[in-house]
Write a protein that binds this ligand. Structure first.
Ligand code: B12
Length: 219
């Protein structure tokens, strides 16, 4: 898809205006908002991360690429909100304590919104105690934890333990993700699911809601 390649290129050079125009053209050509994220923004940001790892990009390039995606999200957000009449479920989403990475989390949130989920995004660097109070206040079916640093992954475990200690663990399904996180790690901390991409996060959220409904009907 031509418009999606232009979108990718615009994000790679951090040109928000061109990215927004390319996204607008893709939408006009019939590409769905969800596909603009899944097939445009998501792979482009993956590539930006890769270029950084390879030493081709430095922090400024990263940040202007991330800023360019925000201009596209501004166009997509109202369109995503229009999809689906009844929310598919409520997801509380955040990056764990000590961790400021939010590009992947934001993509996950956008994709979930596109799939009809109501997303409560707490932001970044969220301590376990805030998850506890937010679960009490928002009553989500799912909590999504993101971590991009090996040093902050343990905060996922701490968060699960805090939910448990507050008597809330059985009321929510917890899904985890972020570049260093693996299925094995998710299993080791007792999370209910792991997703390696924003698209996988949507599938996972759907299946977790299904599991929760089944458990609720069994009493
Ligand atoms: C962008 C970036 C930054 C930006 C963050 C900007 C922002 N607003 O997010 C800045 C420059 C601020 C930054 C800072 C730092 N960073 Co950094 N950063 C990256 C980089 C290059 C890309 C991350 C990214 O956005 N990828 C693109 C997105 C789309 O992918 P993603 O996040 O993995 O998300 C996808 C999936 O993982 C999944 N997913 C994500 N979350 C969730 C949640 C759920 C529930 C589910 C199901 C799925 C899911 O879906 C997403 C979409 O497909 C990575 C390298 C890399 N390749 O990962 C390093 C990296 C993560 N950073 C690293 C480091 C070390 C740091 C710093 C400590 C650097 C420093 N010395 O100051 C600081 C830490 C700041 C902090 N306290 O958090 C290291 C971590 C190493 C380690 N072993 O932990 C990495 C791996 C780079 C490296 N090789 O050294 N960083």
């Amino acid at each position: 898809m031509d418009q999606l390649s232009s979108l990718r290129e615009a994000i790679l050079i951090g040109d928000g205006g061109a990215a927004a125009r390319a996204a607008g053209e893709a939408l006009a050509a019939g590409v769905s908002p969800v596909d603009v994220i899944a097939e445009g923004i998501s792979p482009a940001m993956g590539e930006v991360g890769q270029l950084f790892e390879e030493g081709e990009y430095f922090v400024p390039e990263l940040l202007i690429a991330a800023r360019a995606t925000k201009e596209v999200f501004a166009i997509l957000r109202p369109l995503l909100a229009e999809t689906g009449a009844r929310p598919a479920g409520r997801v509380l989403l955040a990056t764990v304590e000590g961790d400021l990475h939010d590009i992947g989390k934001n993509l996950v949130g956008m994709m979930l919104e596109g799939a009809g989920f109501e997303v409560v995004d707490l932001g970044v660097d969220i301590p376990a105690s805030r998850f506890v109070s937010a679960v009490e206040a928002e009553r989500p079916q799912i909590v999504g934890l993101s971590a991009l640093l090996t040093t902050t992954m343990p905060a996922m475990k701490t968060t699960l333990e805090a939910l448990d200690a507050a008597g809330l663990r059985s009321q929510v399904k917890v899904m985890v993700g972020g570049a260093p996180v693996t299925q094995r790690y998710a299993d080791s901390i007792g999370a209910d699911g792991y997703g390696d991409t924003a698209t996988a996060a949507v599938e996972l959220a759907r299946s977790l809601i299904g599991r929760q409904d089944a458990e609720a009907s069994q009493g």
